[in-house]
Every structure is written in structure tokens, then in C-alpha cells.
Design a protein around this ligand. Sequence first.
Ligand code: PLP
Length: 223
Amino acid sequence: MIRDNLDIIRENIKNACLKCGRDEKEITLLAVSKTKPYSMIEEAKDLGLDNFGENKVQELDEKRKENDGLKWHMIGHLQTNKVKKLLSGEVELIHSVDSVKLAKEINKVAHNLNKNVNILIEVNISNDPNKSGVLTANIDELIDEILHMDNLNLKGLMTIPMISDDDSTRKYFRDLNNLEKELNNKFNLNMDVLSMGMSNDYELAIEEGSTIVRIGTNLFGKR
Ligand SMILES: *Cc1c(COP(=O)(O)O)cnc(C)c1O
């Protein structure tokens, strides 16, 4: 089942890239394995996937203990009291940094472990009161602080837009891409990661510049 699903997803990624003239090598398929057993991760690994996303630290840590050679991504809301556990092993990328308080805690724990941690800022690009992520209006302040933290590498932005029609979704993705460019100019950065697009909208996201698509349902089945 995973094999067939993956074939379809790879074909769709390829076609989305063809449609907008991008190289499919620019796109990382992040397999969102939350709630799924390790045996499915093993199966996906044997099909060539090596990036896995989890939204709970406890679950990520348990699966990481099964195989710490895989690239583990934290994509869910992160509480400060879970940072130590998250950083007790290898983390490829934390997608969900959305406050100064959280950034400070990650930086502090990373400093104590003598590590550098790759992070994305989660942006609430659709200003949805029900969504986590920093509001666009508050992002300058957050970046200003992060740039003073020696153990964080700010790689880019992530978003989960509110559910809406394709045109609006496309616009949110485009907004995130433009925001990253603006911030690169304003702060003299070279962020180049855009984590956007899930099962329902990853092709749109690729057309709008996504570099990481986070796919759960379409790969592993319904949760
Ligand atoms: C669960 C989750 C996904 C995957 O969603 P699907 O619709 O199942 O592909 C992607 N990103 C985040 C942050 C998630 O929590």
C-alpha cells in the first residue's frame, strides 16, 4: 500500500515540478508518520524515504530510538518543557518555532549540549485565530531575537494555512514565499527552506516554491 501511494505522490511531485519548471531534486518529501507504527516507517525507509515528521516529542523519541540514522523532523507545536527530550537525540529540523520564549529555550538546551539546531519559524500566514504560528506582524521581532542566539540556525519558514479553496490556498503559499524573500533582504539572511504543502495541497505548494512537503494521509493512509 505504501509503495503504491508513494508512486502516486512521486509522480504528482514530478508533474507539479514540470508544470512550473522546477527541478524535483529541490523538493524534500517529508513522510509524516505521526500515530503510525514503526513498522510502516521501516517500510517507507526501504522504499527510499529518509525524512520523517512527528508532532509529539514522546512519539518522535520512541521512534528515533528504533533508528536514529533516519532524519527526524519535529513538525508539531512544541512546549518548552519538552525541548530537553527532543534535543536528547538527533533532530534534523524543528519546523514549529513560533515564540521568543521557545527559541530561547531551544538555544539554551542546545548550548548546554554543545549542539546547533536547525529551525524554521512557523508563520500563521492566514491570520487564523485557531492556528499556531507567529503572526506576520510579529515576525521581525522574533527574527531579531533569533539572530542573537548562537546555537540556532534559521533555515526558513513553515506554514499550515487555514482550509480554503485552491485559489486562497495558493495565495497563502505565495505570501509565505514572498515573506521569506522580504525577510532575507531586510535581515541580510539566506533562508532557503519553505515547509509548506500537505496531502491536500502539496502540488499547489510546489508550484508556489515549497522545498519540503509534509505528507501523512496520502502516504500512510487515514489516521
Ligand atoms: C499531520 C500533519 C501533516 C500531514 O497532514 P496530512 O494531511 O495527513 O498529509 C503535515 N504537517 C503537520 C504540521 C501535521 O501536523
